[in-house]
Ligand binder design. Structure first.
Ligand code: IPE
Ligand code: IPE
Ligand code: MG
Length: 239
C-alpha cells in the first residue's frame, strides 16, 4: 500500500512557464520547448497522483497568449490536440478524470470535439482530476460568470440578493472544485498572469527559477515541503 500523506495539498495549480527560455538555452526552436513542456506535465501528473494530490490545475494557454506569433499559436494548439488524443487513447489504462476550463468556444471545432470526448470518457473516473486551463483568463471567467448571473436576474429566475460569494462561485468554470491550496509558478516570474484570480484568494504561492520542462517530481516535493511549513490563517487569529 503506498503511504498517503494527508498534509499533501489536495489541489495544486501550476503556471507552467519557461518553455521558450528552455528551448533558447538549448539552441532549439520554441516548438521543441513546448513539446518538452507537455512531456513534463504528463510525467508529473502520474507522479503527483501517486503522492496523493487530488486536483491538478494547469495553465496551458491564456486569453492573452493569442498575442503570440501565429505559428507559435498553431504549434501550441497542435500539441494540445496530441496531448488530449493521448489521454483519449489511454483512458482504459489510467483512472484520471480530465476537464478543461476557459472560453473553449473560441477553439477550433475539432479541438472542442476532442475535449468534449475526453471529458465524457473520463467523467466517472475516480483518480487524479486534471483541469487544463485553455484559452483561460481569470478576468474573462469572472466576466462570463457575471453575464450568466445577469441573464438569470433578467429572466426573473434569480434575485440580486441571492448572488452571494458561494452562489456566484457556481457560475465559475471551476464550480464544485475546491480552491487551490498551493499555486506554483516556474521560470522565476513572480506574477499570476491572470490565472485563477477568484480561486487563489487564499492559496499559498511558490515560485521557482526552474524552467517548466525541467520541473520534476522532486521539485514538486520541494514545493510541498515548503507548503507544509506555512501557517494558513485565512485572516483569522490563531491563539
Ligand atoms: C509557457 O512557456 C507556455 C505558454 C505560455 C503556453 P513560455 O512560452 O511562456 O516560455 P517563456 O516564458 O517564453 O520562457
Ligand atoms: C502564463 O505564462 C500563461 C501560461 C503559462 C499558459 P506567460 O508566459 O503567458 O505569462 P507572462 O506573459 O510572462 O506574464
Ligand atoms: Mg512565459
Amino acid at each position: 500500500m503506498p503511504q498517503i500523506d494527508d498534509e499533501v495539498p489536495r489541489h495544486i495549480a501550476i503556471i507552467m512557464d519557461g518553455n521558450g527560455r528552455w528551448a533558447k538555452s538549448r539552441f532549439l526552436n520554441k516548438a521543441a520547448g513546448h513539446r518538452a513542456g507537455a512531456q513534463a506535465l504528463r510525467k508529473l501528473a502520474t507522479e503527483a497522483e501517486k503522492i496523493g494530490v487530488k486536483y491538478l490545475t494547469v495553465y496551458a494557454f491564456s486569453t492573452e497568449n493569442w498575442k503570440r506569433p501565429q505559428d507559435e499559436i498553431e504549434t501550441l494548439m497542435n500539441l494540445l490536440r496530441d496531448y488530449i488524443q493521448q489521454y483519449i487513447d489511454d483512458t482504459k489504462k489510467n483512472d484520471m478524470r480530465i476537464s478543461v476550463i476557459g472560453e473553449t468556444a473560441r477553439l477550433a471545432d475539432d479541438l472542442q470535439a476532442k475535449i468534449k470526448e475526453l471529458e465524457e470518457m473520463t467523467a466517472a473516473k475516480k483518480g487524479l482530476r486534471i483541469i487544463i486551463a485553455l484559452n483561460y483568463g481569470g478576468r474573462d471567467e469572472i466576466a462570463r460568470a457575471a453575464r450568466k448571473a445577469a441573464a438569470m436576474v433578467m429572466s426573473g429566475s434569480l434575485s440580486i440578493s441571492a448572488i452571494t460569494e458561494s452562489y456566484f462561485e457556481s457560475f465559475m468554470d471551476t464550480a464544485g472544485i475546491p480552491d487551490p491550496d498551493l499555486l506554483i509558478r516556474t521560470s522565476g516570474e513572480m506574477r499570476v498572469s491572470n490565472f485563477l484570480l477568484w480561486q487563489c484568494a487564499y492559496s499559498e504561492m511558490y515560485f521557482t527559477d526552474k524552467l517548466w520542462p525541467d520541473f520534476t517530481i522532486s521539485d514538486l516535493k520541494e514545493a510541498i515541503a515548503q507548503y507544509k511549513g506555512r501557517d494558513r490563517r485565512f485572516g483569522a487569529r490563531k491563539e
